[in-house]
Design a protein around this ligand. Structure first.
Ligand SMILES: CC(C)(COP(=O)(O)OP(=O)(O)OC[C@H]1O[C@@H](n2cnc3c(N)ncnc32)[C@H](O)[C@@H]1OP(=O)(O)O)[C@@H](O)C(=O)NCCC(=O)NCCS
Length: 137
C-alpha cells in the first residue's frame, strides 16, 4: 500500500552535500563527441544553486563564477555527476565549490573532470541582498 501523505509523512533531513547525476545524451555533446562545456557549466551552476539555497532558504542569485576548470572530457553515454558544497559564507554571500566526475557506465571507473567555484547572494522578494546563516551554524 502507498505511504500516506500529509501530516503522517516522515520528515527527512536535507543532505549536507548536493549531487546531480545524469547520463550524457547526444544533444549535450560538442563536435568532438564529448560533453559541451556550456552544458557542464549549467549543471555545475544548478548544483551550486541548490547547495546555496539549502544554506540560506531564501531566493539566491549567482553573482560570480570565480573559476571553472575542465580537467578531462566527459564522454557520450557516461554518467556525469556534479557534487556541490558550501565552503564559505559572508554577510549576504555564499561560496560553493563544485566538482564534476565522469563515470564509465559499465566499469564504474570514475575520474575528476572539472571543478568550479560559484558565489551566490541571498536576496529578498525585491532582489535585495539579505543576511545568510553563517557556515559555522
Ligand atoms: C545580487 C545583487 C542583488 C547584489 O547587489 P549588489 O549591490 O552588488 O550587492 P553588494 O555589493 O552588497 O554585494 C553583495 C555580496 O556579494 C558579494 N559580491 C559582489 N560582487 C561580487 C563578485 N564579483 N564576486 C564575489 N562576490 C561578490 C559582496 O562582497 C557581498 O558579499 P557579503 O555581503 O557576503 O560581504 C545584484 O548584483 C544582482 O542582482 N546581480 C544580478 C544577479 C543575477 O541576475 N544572476 C544571474 C546571472 S545570469
Amino acid at each position: 500500500m502507498a505511504e500516506k501523505r500529509g501530516s503522517h509523512a516522515h520528515a527527512l533531513t536535507p543532505p549536507t552535500e548536493t549531487r546531480i547525476t545524469e547520463v550524457v545524451f547526444p544533444q549535450q555533446l560538442n563536435h568532438h563527441g564529448t560533453l559541451f562545456g556550456g552544458e557542464a557549466l549549467s549543471m555545475m551552476d544548478r548544483a551550486a544553486f541548490i547547495a546555496a539555497t539549502r544554506r540560506c532558504r531564501s531566493e539566491a542569485v549567482t553573482i560570480a563564477v570565480e573559476q571553472v576548470d575542465y580537467v578531462a572530457p566527459v564522454r557520450h553515454g557516461e554518467i556525469v555527476e556534479v557534487l556541490a558544497h558550501v565552503v564559505a559564507t559572508g554577510r549576504t554571500s555564499i561560496t560553493v565549490e563544485v566538482s564534476m566526475v565522469g563515470e564509465e557506465l559499465l566499469s564504474g571507473q570514475r575520474r575528476l573532470c572539472g571543478t568550479g567555484r560559484f558565489v551566490f547572494v541571498a536576496v529578498d522578494d525585491d532582489g535585495q541582498p539579505i543576511p545568510v546563516r553563517p557556515l559555522a551554524q
